[in-house]
Ligand binder design. Sequence first.
Ligand code: HEC
Length: 111
Amino acid sequence: MRKILFVLALGYAVAAQAATALSAADAAAASELAKNSGCLSCHAVSEKIVGPAYTKVAEKYRDDKDAVATLTQSIQYGSKGKWGRIPMPAHPSLNADDIKTLARWVLSFDK
Ligand code: HEC
């Protein structure tokens, strides 16, 4: 019984990680997408510029199972009041797939 529980727990951990983990190729593509979409003029991975560091965003949403949906909304429609006084503008020209990729990429910076 204990062994079964252990296997189940392990399976869950792997599945949970797969929900946010990106392959190296996906991460490289997402990074390029972020650069081309202007994200990196306001954000950096590990320090605050205008917007929060992506490591901080990933840390804040670590245990939030709706994180991808929440961040997708924020990127698409903009966000204000969650991190400080400066709002993030909406990104209406990005398509839904790209926005989701960006959300998962941001969440991948949790250490
Ligand atoms: C003009 C500057 C600016 C640009 C461009 C920008 N951001 Fe932001 N971003 C911000 C600010 C400021 C915040 C904090 C907003 C708040 O306090 O709610 C933020 C917050 C976020 C958050 C956290 C949202 C949340 O719900 O907690 C994510 C994720 C994010 N940005 C990703 C992106 C991505 C991806 C792009 C490119 C498509 C991008 N940002 C472009 C300024 C910017």
